[in-house]
Design a protein around this ligand. Structure first.
Ligand code: AMP
Length: 414
């Protein structure tokens, strides 16, 4: 199957070309015809599969052949980072079709709020919003969603985890009943089924490799004691030829400590966590994207927020609190069917939690021996250990500026 099978407008095909998308991914091949056919859809697909373009392309196609006066599509996303990332894909894909969009999320100063409000009052074609901020705009009475024809819930499971259920229902009560609704979720727990039953009409269903990391990722695990982790990480970074590395830690204190330690070791790294201002986050991400910064260390806030091509290595400095977070973290490498490596450090306390991950993905992740100079790591015996600590699932919210149409960046899938 190729993109020309979908009879997209030439402007949209041009957008695809400029993004460097040559061939539809599996989710795109399955979802695009259904969405073009005006079906409601419930899709189980994780990040890295090309899910965003799978709903954006047909929605953009429908919008590009309709009048342009009102907001026609509303996309709800759990975090500012995901909203921005979706907005960037809209900018790229819709550049030649001249479709407008804005990412709307919390924080920032009054000017940002005003810019978002004005864009929505002017009838920006597509609004990509986090639920909380959108509710604030709706409450101000300034914006109307009465012409929205397409509603997308992206990472619906994450939105429910973050407590947005009531907000979502409230937002939907402002939308026309006649609309097309598309729900994307990495997992399908019962609460997602309940939400789907409430808001979708006779939906089609697609399941893309449920809870499976992308096939191009080489997963590896080291059994380590805590006091071996730093030496191990610096030996991996110094010996491997990795250009772009993400290191995940479950707590921001660990992120900060590890960043300080690695910098002392002469490794060029930056920390990324919820204490950073939006501008600081963007500076770090920009440096990483431009390859002037090879290593970012972050909490799970980072795993949902980063969309960078060619990440070659993801290291889990500790085992993520939720097995699904493992999929999200390692999904940052091997984007859209390229290849990458994901290494997880498992100490004695995290062994049981790690066993949950192997249960979820349904196979054993290859164990790698520690370098000889580090000595022996702990034996693997998950049955007697308890998971430790809890994750960082907070949604940071600072500021963002009104969308500006740049020429799309070339996306170079390997
Ligand atoms: P997503 O799963 O939507 O987060 O997309 C994962 C990454 O794949 C993003 O960087 C997209 O730009 C990229 N992508 C999406 N569709 C394609 C495609 N058909 N070919 C190549 N890259 C793609």
């Amino acid at each position: 199957m190729t993109f020309s099978d979908f009879n997209f407008d030439p402007q949209l095909l041009e957008g695809l070309q400029s993004m460097g998308y040559v061939k539809p991914t599996p989710i795109q091949s399955q979802a695009i015809p259904l969405i073009l056919d005006h079906k409601d859809l419930i899709a189980c697909a994780q990040t890295g599969t090309g899910k965003t373009a799978s709903y954006l392309l047909p929605v953009l196609q429908h919008i590009s052949i309709s009048e342009k006066k009102y907001t026609k599509a509303l996309i709800l996303a759990p975090t500012r980072e995901l909203a921005q990332q979706i907005d960037q894909q809209v900018e790229g894909l819709a550049y030649f079709a001249g479709i407008s969009s804005i990412a709307v999320y919390g924080g920032g100063d009054g000017m940002i709020y005003e810019q978002q409000r004005r864009a929505m009052m002017d009838g920006v074609d597509i609004v990509i919003a986090t639920p909380g901020r959108l509710i604030a705009h709706l409450a101000s009475g300034a914006i109307k969603l009465s012409h929205v024809q397409y509603l997308v819930l992206d990472e619906a499971d994450r939105m429910l985890d973050m407590g947005f259920y009531e907000d979502i229902i409230k937002i939907i009560s402002n939308l026309p009943k006649e609309r097309q609704t598309l729900l994307f979720s990495a997992t399908m727990p019962p609460k997602i089924r309940t939400l789907a039953n409430t808001i979708l009409k006779d939906p089609e269903q697609i399941n893309i490799a449920i809870s499976q990391p992308a096939s191009g990722i080489s997963q590896q695990v080291y059994m380590v004691y805590d006091n071996q982790k730093i030496k191990l990480i610096s030996s991996i970074l110094k010996e491997g030829d990795y250009k772009s590395v993400l290191i995940f830690c479950s707590r921001k204190e660990t992120v900060k400590d590890l960043n300080r330690t690695l910098r002392k070791e002469g490794i060029k790294s930056e920390a990324f966590h919820s204490d950073l201002e939006q501008e600081q986050r963007e500076t770090v991400l920009r440096a990483f994207k431009s390859r002037s910064l090879p290593v970012i260390i972050g909490t799970d806030v980072l795993s949902r927020g980063i969309d960078v091509e060619g990440i070659s290595l993801v290291i889990n400095f500790d085992v993520p609190p939720d097995p699904e977070d493992y999929i999200h973290r390692i999904g940052r490498t091997a984007r859209a069917e390229t290849t990458g490596t994901a290494i997880t450090f498992v100490n004695e306390k995290d062994q049981r939690r790690f066993s949950f991950i192997e249960n979820l993905i349904g196979r054993e992740i290859p164990r790698i021996s520690l370098p000889a100079e580090l000595g022996e790591g702990p034996a693997y015996n998950p049955a007697v250990k308890r998971p430790s600590g809890s994750g960082n699932r907070r949604n940071g919210n600072k500021k963002k500026v009104w969308v500006k149409r740049n020429k799309p960046q070339q996306n170079n899938p390997k």
